[in-house]
Write a protein that binds this ligand. Sequence first.
Ligand code: HEC
Length: 175
Amino acid sequence: MHKGHILLLFILMIFIGCDRTRPPIQFFPDMKNQKSVRSQVQFREPPAGTVPRGAKTYTFTDPELAGQKLKNPLTPTADTLNRGQFMYNAYCLPCHNSNGEGFGPVVKRGFAPPPPLTSDKVNNWSDGRIFHVITRGQGIMSSYASQVDPIDRWALIHYIRALQKAHGGTADGTP
Ligand code: HEC
């Protein structure tokens, strides 16, 4: 056979296997054929009507009613206050500042200043009333329910009470 023909045959053979409608022959498929989530692809939505294990739904829409019904299950022990301070510093301090008076770092960079947490108004709010703000948000402040677990919200509220006390009020909310 002519050398040129052999080359042509060789080139043809390369393209013989190229049928894109069929999967290629796999000698070692390992874990190639599976329904895995590819990187950078969003996780699948949970099935409709399901709730994560241990999750409790928050049903209050009226802040005043929440304030009357919800009671703080924690006592302000040193551990609770430490936890509260940790959560406060991470999630509230950026706007409400380390002393609760408002002008935190985010506000200094242009975000609307929040009202002070050390006001007579919040001093007189029940723990449940503050819990409602953290859970549902208020006005331009968004909800922190997904970032702060319920038990951490209660610890956080004890810490806010400590800030209020440092500011002049008393820990149980009476000014
Ligand atoms: C991005 C800034 C920002 C962060 C972070 C933030 N807040 Fe606020 N907060 C605000 C603003 C602004 C308001 C006033 C909202 C309004 O009434 O329009 C507010 C209002 C409040 C009020 C009601 C005060 C009142 O006098 O009505 C409470 C209580 C409160 N925040 C607690 C918290 C707690 C606790 C955290 C942390 C879990 C937190 N906030 C995180 C900006 C923030």
